[in-house]
Design a protein around this ligand. Structure first.
Ligand code: AMP
Length: 374
């Protein structure tokens, strides 16, 4: 039953992102219902859980019944299901178009190109022969990726020499259509998390610096240290263009490569993002709260950073909580997931008033983390 005093938000997906949405929304009086294939979904701690497939129309109808807004915390949600909900009168935010684009690396890159945003050279690959032609065109080193379904570095392979072309094709071809991209000798990886309100207002959090290990995000520094003002402006302009072109409502993340004097766009996530977790303690308004404000048509909060932050992901293993909490400025997040190799099971955000203090706190944190923070 709709209750305007306590809006119900239906979230497709019930992982840690859903859990953190719930944690941000409960103080504002929001209620949550999540759809997830597993009973053990982390978001079950902060709302009602419907166990079911994200491609199952009956489950989609059950989770969204009476909802004031429908959103998602996973970009793999079938766009068809989101369209069905829209046709049935639900406010689905962001709209399914954001899913269409972000689910296909080729569509993403074409969108960047149309908007005049720099991208690595790329070519679609349909079969082995077209891969050989694409390698002729783009050269080596290059990266062969599945267009759909890849995440955390899965479904991609680097081609360094011509004699690796067939092997690379065999490695990823069963993942469906492919795209070949030039390998970017980037200075570092950046991302920008931004939010667009229902009335079209766009706000960006600080551009951040990301470090990956084995294809998985390991640390985020916010704001990105020593960021050139021109690069920062390019990143903000790019994410704004994407948000506006998609008519996106809610949070969207743009992942970037910083190269000499500029940026190249890598990919977008049409949702709250791991590289925005620092905003919970490190910004005036978190990505989770602003996403909810946006999808409900409410005013956005300030995205200003409070001091400087570093977010460290806990991958496959959790630290001892007491040791972490001894570190000044440390905030521990555990997702309630069973630790397994390569699985994101929590994160720690360290905040500090300045760089020097952050460095000293990071040294203290390193000494209590169970694995090498890098
Ligand atoms: P993706 O799934 O596209 O975000 O790729 C995962 C990671 O692989 C990125 O964060 C980069 O570290 C690396 N990577 C992806 N594409 C490229 C590229 N074209 N050139 C260099 N490194 C890349």
């Amino acid at each position: 039953v709709p209750d305007p005093a306590n809006p119900l938000v239906a979230v497709l997906g019930g992982g840690q992102l859903g859990r953190m949405l719930g944690l941000a929304g409960i103080p504002m009086g929001l209620r949550f219902r999540f759809l997830d294939p597993t009973e053990a979904a982390p978001a079950a701690a902060v709302g009602e859980l419907v166990v079911g497939g994200l491609g199952d129309d009956a489950a989609l109808r059950a989770v969204t019944e009476g909802a004031d807004a429908v959103t998602y915390e996973w970009e793999g949600v079938p766009a068809e299901g989101a369209r069905l909900l829209e046709r049935e009168g639900h406010a689905v935010r962001p709209s399914p178009r954001s899913l269409d684009v972000s689910q296909d690396r080729l569509a993403e890159k074409q969108l960047f190109e149309e908007l005049g945003i720099g991208v690595p050279r790329f070519a679609p690959v349909e079969d082995r022969a077209s891969l050989h032609r694409a390698v002729e065109e783009i050269g080596t080193p290059s990266v062969l990726k599945t267009r759909r379904g890849g995440y955390d570095g899965k479904g991609q392979v680097v081609i360094r020499e011509r004699d690796q072309v067939d092997g690379a094709f065999d490695e990823v071809a069963e993942g469906g259509p492919l795209i070949l991209e030039a390998f970017v000798p980037f200075v570092r990886e950046l991302s920008v998390v931004a939010v667009r309100a229902l009335d079209g207002e766009v706000r960006c959090w600080s551009v951040v610096e990301n470090h990956h290990e084995l294809g998985i995000l390991r640390t985020t520094r916010a704001p990105a240290p020593q960021l050139d003002g021109v690069v920062e402006a390019q990143a903000e302009r790019a994410v704004k263009l994407v948000l506006e072109e998609l008519g996106h409502v809610g949070v969207l993340t743009l992942e970037l490569f910083e190269i000499e004097g500029g940026i190249l766009a890598n990919e977008i996530a049409p949702r709250v993002h791991n590289s925005g977790h620092w905003t919970i303690e490190g910004a005036v308004t978190s990505q989770f709260e602003n996403h909810l404000r946006a999808v409900l048509g409410w005013p956005l909060g300030s995205c200003d950073a409070r001091g400087v932050s570093v977010m460290v992901n806990c991958i496959g293993v959790l630290p001892d909580p007491e040791s972490v909490l001894h570190v000044p400025g440390a905030h521990l997040h555990r997702y309630g997931k069973e630790p397994r190799p390569a699985r994101k099971v929590g994160h720690v955000t360290l905040t500090a008033p300045d760089e020097a203090e952050l460095r000293s706190r990071l040294d203290a944190l390193r000494s209590v983390m169970p694995d090498d923070v890098g």
